[in-house]
Design a protein around this ligand. Structure first.
Ligand code: GLV
Length: 333
């Protein structure tokens, strides 16, 4: 009997050239739409697949993994992989991969776009002009908050946090950072960033920008208590994952003037918003588009495909999340 070809399921839309790369090496089923694949449809398609190229809207959990006995790799088209139960995948010998690096600059750009938009009331101003409410220039019309020379607190000084620091240097900002592990002195000097315990950072920063992965440690890292430590003139920017912030507490803080404003690209229960959030003027809201440039999404798709194909060939993919699976497999050989 001829050996069975590899089967791959792609749950989102990909550039044609990337799909063609996958199709050269596997039989591909894909979901050519810009809405998530429904849970039942997804569960119905995983029974005989070897590889899954997943989006962050797919929940890869025990139930799904149990229905996919042949699965060897889940390639997430994202740097964050909190949508995947990695421990459950590891237990079953399923490799998980992600796409770090290629989206760093685009995501840092968007964090800065939100920071500037919130501080200078860009979206509020746009609404006013469109509604025909701009009648004349006035000295106190639409006053915002100065960005240049202010203090930026970066929470999570990984690739994206560092890219945000580079941008902040161009705005002559003082840069404080908090990270699980302090960076070495040379790296701190390179980014002109000073390490600071989280409580101090929150109390001193004019802008707090979040760049941590979502984990049990970081869930609700910014809760009512943390928000209360921030200055009433300060802004919170979140381009990481929604559940890092207690969104209900944030709505209350924004409403009561505990902080001045926020710029959000991610939400606790995406795509739903906490009640009252959309009614607030002092918050800029984006639909999870941190990495959404044509260039970056193309690079992410290519890297996700490279990860997947390498894993199916039995090679080490560029970005394994649980490399212990590979070690175990080679140990068995
Ligand atoms: C997007 O949110 C990502 O994690 O890449």
């Amino acid at each position: 009997m001829a050996p069975r070809g590899k089967k791959v399921l792609v749950t989102g839309n990909l550039p044609k050239a990337v799909l063609a790369d996958l199709e050269r090496e596997a039989e591909v089923t894909f979901h050519p739409e810009d809405r998530p694949m429904g849970r039942d449809e997804l569960l119905g398609l995983v029974g005989d697949i070897d590889g899954l190229l997943a989006m962050i809207t797919d929940h890869i959990d025990e139930e799904l993994l149990d229905r996919a006995p042949l699965l060897r790799v889940v390639s997430n088209m994202a740097v964050g992989y909190n949508n995947i139960d990695v421990a459950a995948a590891t237990r079953r010998g399923v490799l998980v991969t992600n796409t770090p690096g290629v989206l760093t600059e685009a995501t840092a750009d968007l964090a800065f776009a939100l920071l500037l938009a919130a501080a200078r009331r860009v979206v509020e101003g746009d609404r006013m002009v469109r509604q025909g409410r701009f009648r004349f220039w006035a000295p106190f019309l639409f006053l915002g908050t100065e960005v240049s020379g202010r203090t930026l607190g970066i929470v999570g000084m990984g690739r994206i946090g560092r890219a945000v620091a580079k941008r902040a240097a161009g705005f002559a900002m003082e840069i404080l950072y908090y990270n699980r592990h302090r960076l070495d002195r040379e790296t701190e000097e390179h980014y002109g960033a000073r390490f600071c315990p989280l409580e101090d950072l929150l109390a001193r920063a004019d802008f707090v920008s979040l760049h941590v992965p979502l984990s049990d440690e970081t869930r609700h890292l910014i809760d009512a208590k943390a928000l209360a430590l921030m200055k009433p003139t300060a802004f919170l920017i979140n381009t990481s994952r929604g559940p890092v912030v207690d969104e209900k507490a944030l709505v209350s803080a924004l409403r009561r003037g505990v902080i001045a404003g926020a710029g959000l690209d991610v939400y606790e229960d995406e795509p739903r918003l906490a009640p009252g959030l959309a009614e607030l003027e002092n918050v800029v809201l984006l639909p999870h588009v941190g990495s959404a440039t044509t260039e970056t999404r193309t690079k992410m798709a290519r890297l996700a495909a490279r990860n997947l194909l390498a894993a199916l060939r039995g090679e080490t993919p560029p970005h394994p999340v649980n490399p212990e699976v590979l070690a175990k497999r080679s140990g068995k050989l």
